[in-house]
Design a binder for this molecule. Sequence first.
Ligand code: PEP
Length: 245
Amino acid sequence: MRRLLVLANWKMNGSLNDNRQLLDALTAQWQGQSEVGVCPPVVYMAQVRDLLKNSSITLGAQDISSAVSGAYTGEISATMLAEFSCRFAIIGHSERRQYHAESDAIVAEKFIAAQKESIKPVLCIGESLEERESGAALEVISTQLKAVINAVGLDAFNEAVIAYEPVWAIGTGKTASPEQAQEVHKHIRSLLGSTGDKVQILYGGSVKSSNATELFSQPDIDGALVGGASLDANEFTLICQAADQ
Ligand code: PEP
């Protein structure tokens, strides 16, 4: 049985005050048995680690450098993140691919860098609206995933998470239907061979309390990567509770 995982991606949101209020409410309201993690902007890593110290909620990063150290202005290494008890790193989010031109090759390097410090990569893959409408969704997913499998090998996925995030559903309010998401998740699992049974495959794209239960009831959906709704303590609590059921 795969445990459900719900990860909050705060993106570039939050403040010292807002973070405290959000996490005070979340830790008071939710003490379930699912795996829950929060990925704040990196500048708040120490604050969020301290606010979560008496809870089972873990800490993640929204990105990671492929480099170990040196002259990489603005980058944050896996070693640095590990010092702050960081357990997950989102890798290849569509916003990084789109605004920072991250290729599949760079994404694979980041995957390797994270695992070297025992940080679980959360590999994001997903098709654009144009690709879905032209019937190429599964092909695009295969290309993105195989690029990383070829670089790291299938065994590496024993210590990784995959997030299927259709680009057209991120921050748009449009969610893939549970059936559409299930079809892609099943396809992703099939590409992972015998490793696939153990890998948590999350869905991401406008997940909210009103659609979480139905998405989580699909056999190959093992939780969610949540953007907008993770900034609202009540909404995010309800999503975590849906995962507990
Ligand atoms: C995301 O950015 O990973 C995401 C899923 O965002 P949202 O939930 O806001 O669509």
